[in-house]
Design a protein around this ligand. Structure first.
Ligand code: GUN
Ligand code: ZN
Length: 412
């Protein structure tokens, strides 16, 4: 898919270009141009703009086999997994289900403006390979590794699934993510095997950490030898700058310090935390500890595929507790997760920005009524907030056009 580039193209609008240092570059009106799938230049033009151009979103925590069962909540994490999610994922053992769902999911995700990301698959390697065949470059995926404490239909020895990676073609293997589902589903030996394989093939790692208090208590009972939940992964060599741990809500100071020291990333999923009543992630404590973090949807606990909904929830949930601007939310949904993926694939350099040589991923959104193209960073913050306050259900279909690797994948 990614190899089929439109030779050249452009879009015009008010441009917001987030930088990793938290600054936002703004143009009241500019033309974003691209050639061969990469941005060539951004040129100021005479307004008025009627659209806002943002970089394509990047989502580092999203379960694609849960997309069709979003919004089914019957309590907190563990009963929801057992009652709704695990039975839904078991169906992906059937290759025709996996390929149909992979196709439908990717179309919906691109429609929502997400052009790259780290995906969590069902517990079947073939299903993840099916998705990767169809996904543009910049998407990474791993089967949820599960070998205990779940229904038999989902279980397989983790070491033997990992052995199969040796038979996968190297250009596909580097897009695979070592994905122990969470500590309760993998033995200590299985986690050790995950750490060894991730090191051997230099693969990304993803899992879940400290999302829910019942989950934390379960992990303590299953791994009495570990210092805490974070240490369960740490002892197996699973922390580091190529690791994304989802949630990180109920962590001690020791655990936060370990995540910061190892350069491990936390995927903060505010819509999921809201839906499963997991608690508010203590943003101010992660900041004080110096932990790297991004915003993610956690589909299907998060009910919408749009990173705009995660940005909206972020601004609302932390109000009164921590400084949480829409401008920061944009950077955490684009350029920062883009930097994570750039470690895995040099073609992802510049991902999540609208700067020359970056992948040509552009989302065009309607300029909210009463707003002109922004001139200052305060204007841009007000504009972003107005966009996030569209009726929630509309956020997924708000983009009027989405461009991925220079190709229009949604809209006119
Ligand atoms: N912990 C283990 N598996 C899952 C999952 O699928 N979703 C969420 N939110 N948490 C998990
Ligand atoms: Zn998750």
């Amino acid at each position: 898919v990614s190899e089929v580039h439109v030779a050249a193209g452009s879009l015009r609008g008010a441009v917001l270009n987030p930088a990793a240092d938290g600054r936002l570059q703004v143009w009241p009106c500019a033309e974003v141009r691209w050639v061969g799938g990469r941005i060539s230049e951004v040129v100021a033009c005479d307004g008025p703009a009627d659209r806002v151009l943002l970089p394509g979103f990047v989502d580092l925590h999203c379960h694609w086999p849960q997309s069709h069962v979003r919004g089914q909540f019957g309590g907190q994490l563990l009963p929801w997994l057992r009652g709704a999610i695990w039975p839904a994922e078991a169906a992906f053992a059937d290759p025709s289900v996996a390929s149909a769902r992979a196709e439908a999911f990717l179309a919906e995700l691109l429609r929502a403006g997400t052009c790259a990301g780290l995906l969590f698959g069902p517990p079947f390697l073939d299903a993840s390979l099916t998705l990767l065949e169809r996904a543009p470059r910049g998407f990474f995926d791993g089967p949820a590794l599960m070998e205990c404490n779940a229904p038999d239909a989902l279980l397989a020895p983790v070491a033997s699934t990992l052995d199969q990676l040796a038979t996968v073609a190297p250009e596909v293997r580097r897009r695979l993510v070592v994905s122990p589902r969470f500590a309760p589903n993998v033995t200590a030996a299985g986690l050790d095997a995950c750490g060894q394989v991730a090191t051997r093939w230099r693969l990304a790692v993803q899992s879940h950490l400290s999302e829910n208090l019942d989950e934390v208590a379960w992990v303590r009972a299953l791994f009495p030898e570990a210092l805490d939940y974070t240490d369960v992964y740490d002892r197996s060599g699973l922390l580091g700058p190529r690791t994304v741990m989802a949630h990180g809500i109920h962590l001690s100071e020791r655990e936060l310090a370990r995540l910061a020291a190892t350069g491990t990333w936390v995927a903060h999923c505010p819509t999921s935390n809201e839906a499963l009543q997991s608690g508010r992630m203590p943003l101010e404590r992660l900041r004080a500890a110096g932990v790297s973090w991004v915003l993610a949807t956690d589909i299907g606990a998060g009910p919408l595929l749009s990173q705009l909904d995660a940005m909206r929830a972020f601004v609302e949930i932390h109000r009164g507790f921590a400084d949480a601007t829409a401008t920061e939310a944009l950077a955490r949904a684009t350029v920062l997760p883009g930097q994570f993926l750039a470690q895995l694939d040099p073609a992802c350099a510049g991902l999540g920005t609208l700067t020359p040589d970056a992948p040509a991923h552009v989302v065009a959104l309607p300029l909210p009524p009463g707003h002109a193209g922004p001139r200052t960073s305060d204007d841009a913050e007000a504009l972003l907030r107005a966009m996030l306050h569209s009726p929630r259900a509309n956020l997924e279909t708000l983009p009027c056009e989405v461009v991925c690797w220079g190709r229009t994948v949604a809209g006119a």
